[in-house]
Design a protein around this ligand. Structure first.
Ligand SMILES: Nc1ncnc2c1ncn2[C@@H]1O[C@H](COP(=O)(O)OP(=O)(O)O)[C@@H](O)[C@H]1O
Ligand SMILES: O=C(O)[C@@H](O)C(=O)COP(=O)(O)O
Length: 424
């Protein structure tokens, strides 16, 4: 049977976050890296196409997202999902609005929602304002993000700056009254000429109600949270089995390594914790810019060390250090140098016997996964909310690798240490 839900994720960690959420709710889910050439898998209830488009210019993000959409449409999907970050990460030019509107046009629909809420990870929305933990988005570590600094927590305003259509709000007073009230508000907003609506949400119960209200929307957009409520719609219409077990992974072996190019607050703590007890190698972008071969140096350093215990290779740095590097090299060049270096190191590590790897950072994961020639990911058990283990799929017979793509801001402080124990 054809897949039911067709998803387009704007980065690779976001893709596994969404795919993990769908798997937890009993949908058999496959994540594909980029738009595939071949036919769709015939045993998936949901397909996530992961792009690396979050920081691309809007025209490129739109073109890639439309190509993914067409493939998913041909695969027979009945509803479409545009997944972006739970902290609404977008560059100052912003491509969440343009991609959402291009997909609306392709689907010939005049209304969709935008809801990045993910309460299990502390992302809640109230009166259109996004909170990260106890504070506003604009007061969180996201204000210092190297590529997508978020300095305004009012998402109605942020999305309106990126969109042509009018952006409205489904506020908490409505959401707390349940799915029928939410649906009525959709109708009212439509009649008032709004094409997009930010939706408040504080809890998983709110996400269930929002999901139910979205049953007839051809397109939903959001973080991974609102995926919680969608599978139930397919069950109600008899399209999805009620108790599918969807997170089985093959056993893998091999050496263990962590690659981190994320400078987010959670990753900084995780790097600090791992460095205290495990071998760690730091990548300095200014040394890279001077032409030093840190790929060979890191691989040589890793050599015998990783036979003993998991190793860490990281470019993770404080906001001040990142600002200094970006001041000298420029934002683009700094991130490209780091991403390219980490992905070449990842490839070298796999060639040297690493079979289980954690990659921290969305852009970083995109670069690494591409360098490893991964075609798709099977989704396995969750390590922490939003981060599942996955197993790589290759089209050239390469052995699968156990890979965890960790979003910058997800995971407990000991994530890099404890994750191995949840591997099958
Ligand atoms: N020390 C550094 N200086 C400048 N840029 C860096 C440094 N370390 C990492 N970066 C870049 O910062 C970006 C972090 O983004 P990403 O990998 O998406 O992490 P996150 O998931 O935390 O957002 C990447 O492009 C990475 O190459
Ligand atoms: O929704 C989320 O927060 C994540 O799934 C996500 O997209 C994180 O992106 P990065 O922080 O760039 O890893």
């Amino acid at each position: 049977m054809a897949a039911l839900l067709g998803c387009i994720a704007d980065d690779f960690t976001g893709g596994t976050d969404l795919a993990g959420m769908l798997v937890k709710t009993g949908m058999r889910t496959v994540q594909l890296i980029g738009v595939p050439d071949g036919p769709p898998p015939d045993d998936a209830d949901a397909v996530v196409i992961a792009l690396k488009s979050r920081t691309s210019p809007a025209e490129d993000a739109v073109a890639e997202s439309l190509a993914a959409f067409r493939w998913l449409q041909q695969a027979g999907c009945r509803q479409f999902y545009f997944k972006y970050c739970s902290t609404f990460d977008s560059t100052p030019c912003g491509n969440i609005g343009p991609v959402a509107e291009a997909l609306m046009q392709a689907l010939d629909t005049d209304f969709t929602i935008a809801c990045p809420a993910f309460p299990a990870n502390g992302r809640t929305l109230y009166k259109g304002h996004l909170f990260v933990g106890d504070g506003l988005l604009s007061e969180s570590g996201m204000r210092n993000h190297p590529l997508t600094p978020m300095t305004d927590a009012n998402l109605v305003r942020v999305l309106q700056q990126q969109a042509q259509r009018k952006v409205g709000l489904v506020d908490y007073a409505t959401v707390s009254r349940g799915h029928a009230a939410i649906r009525e508000r959709f109708t009212a907003l439509r009649q008032l000429g709004h094409g997009l609506a930010i939706v408040d949400a504080l809890s998983n119960a709110d996400l269930d109600a929002i999901g139910a209200a979205c049953a007839d929307l051809p397109l939903v957009t959001g973080g991974s949270g609102i995926a919680l409520g969608l599978p139930q719609n397919f069950r109600r219409s008899g399209l999805l089995a009620s108790n599918a077990v969807a997170d089985a992974l093959p056993k893998t072996g091999g050496l263990r390594a962590v690659i981190s190019g994320s400078c987010s607050v959670a990753t900084q703590k995780q790097v600090e914790v791992m460095r205290a007890s495990h071998p760690a190698f730091s990548i300095d972008p200014l040394r890279l810019a001077r032409g030093e071969d840190l790929v060979s140096a890191a691989l040589e350093w890793a050599g015998s060390r990783m036979a003993q215990q998991p190793i860490l290779i990281y470019a993770t740095a404080t906001p001040d250090a990142v600002r200094q590097v970006q001041g000298e090299l420029g934002v683009e060049q700094a991130s490209q140098l780091v991403e390219q270096t980490l992905s070449m190191i990842a490839r070298g590590l796999v060639q040297a016997g690493v079979g289980q790897m954690i990659v921290a950072g969305g852009e970083t994961s995109g670069a690494v996964v591409k360098a490893l020639g991964v075609m798709g990911l099977r989704i396995g058990p969750e390590i922490d909310p939003g981060v599942p283990w996955t197993s790589t799929l290759h089209d050239d017979g390469t052995q699968p690798l156990a890979l965890a793509l960790k979003s910058g801001n997800f995971g407990s402080a000991d994530f890099f240490l404890k994750a191995w124990s949840t591997l099958p």
